[in-house]
Every structure is written in C-alpha cells, then in structure tokens.
Design a protein around this ligand. Structure first.
Ligand SMILES: [Zn+2]
Length: 230
C-alpha cells in the first residue's frame, strides 16, 4: 500500500545536504532558472524527501532550481540585477558576502513509489498544457520590453505580436497559388561569358525580360538544330 506524501516542514537547507533525485530525467534550462532566481528570488520552495537515518534530503521537485543555486554559488555574486534601467540587489544573495548557499525546501516524507511519481509529474506538468496567446501577449506587454527574469526573449515577443501569416492569410494577400508555383526551379552559377552567350543567343525570343521565355527559346533552337534531327 502506498500513501500520499506527508508535509513535514519548510526549511532553508544548505545545498550540500541535498541530493539530486537519482535518475531525474528532465534536462532543464539552468541559466534561465538562474536568471529568474536573480530577478524574482526563490518564490517557490523545492520539494525534498526526508528518509529515516539518511543525512541527506532527496530533491523530488526543483532539481534544476537547486542546480541554478549551485551555479550562483555562496556569497555575493557581485552582479546586481537591472530592472527598467535601475540596479537592485540580486534576488538570491542580496549581494551580501555572508549569504550561505541554501535552498528553501518543503520537506515531505513518502514511499519510493510516490517519490518517483512526484518527480515524474512535476517535470511533466510543466510541459503539458498550452497558452492563450492574447493573455500571454497582454501579460508580456506590462514588461515594457524589460524581459529579464521572465524567461521570454525579444524574439519570442515579436513572434507573439506578429506571428507568421497563416496559409489563408497568404492566400488573401497574394491570391491562391498558381499551378506553376510548384514547378521545379533551375538555379546555377555561370561565368559572365556564358551569361552573355545566353542573352546573345536568345535576343530574338518573344519576351527578353523573362529568362524562362529565353530558356525555352534556346531549347526550341536546340531541338530544331540540324544536328539534332540526326
Ligand atoms: Zn547573487
């Protein structure tokens, strides 16, 4: 019989007392999480499992937050955060040389099966689901272009505001595709001499502004050439 996890306490845990979940399958974006932590602070506790007689806590959820904190390291990182052109202290260390390398953790106890399920579902739930583009665009618009700590880039916002046109919109703008839109395209580099010969030999075609017409004219001439009939 397995049971749900039981909450024990919330504590600041030195990183060297935490163990990464063995076999954690998720490969998170650690620099992005570090950027968020520096901007926003650790707004959410990691979830760590306490096992009787085990001196270390095992991180069930928040393995990449823990790694991002490790990447930051102890003490003052020496890098304030710039928000709307103004500097403010780092959300992790507060630019305090005495800051100790800790993570705020919700400590739970549970059995092995529930531990694996929590690790799996916590990773999975963050990738499942979708976005309402309008709601997302509105939220991002409040940032006034200062996207630090949001996980979004200028390019992401551009795509959201001006997404690539749909096929229907392309058809409205350019008309329905013509049959020859899907014809093969011949493309090759030639020397200036060959180009001049091409234009010279096709000077009498019906439309000298159209290389396609010139090319077909050249083919007709080749077909009708005396040595071709042989
Ligand atoms: Zn810092």
């Amino acid at each position: 019989m397995t049971a749900p996890a039981r909450y024990l306490r919330t504590v600041n845990v030195p990183l060297d007392q935490l163990r990464e979940f063995p076999g954690n399958a998720k490969r998170g974006d650690i620099p992005l999480i570090l950027d968020s932590l520096r901007h926003n602070g650790q707004y959410r506790g990691i979830v760590a499992r306490e096992i009787t007689d085990d001196p270390l806590l095992t991180v069930l959820a928040g393995n990449h937050t823990t790694k991002a904190l490790a990447l930051h390291g102890p003490g003052d990182c020496g890098a304030p955060v710039k928000v709307r052109g103004k500097e403010r202290p780092c959300g992790i260390c507060g630019n305090d040389p005495a800051w100790e390398l800790t993570a705020r953790a919700e400590v739970v106890e549970c059995d092995d099966e529930t531990a694996r399920k929590i690790n799996l579902v916590d990773n999975k739930s963050s990738e499942k689901g979708s976005y309402d583009r309008d709601d997302l665009a509105e939220l991002l618009s409040y940032m006034d272009g200062d996207l630090g700590g949001t996980g979004y880039t200028d390019a992401d916002v551009q795509l959201l505001i001006a997404p690539p046109p749909s096929l229907e919109e392309l058809a409205d703008t350019y008309g329905d595709p013509a049959a020859d839109d899907f014809w093969p395209v011949l493309k090759f580099r030639v020397s200036p001499e060959v180009r001049d010969a091409f234009y010279g030999l096709t000077i009498n075609c019906t439309d000298t502004n159209d290389d396609n017409v010139r090319f077909r004219y050249l083919l007709d001439r080749a077909r009708n050439a005396p040595d071709h009939a042989a």
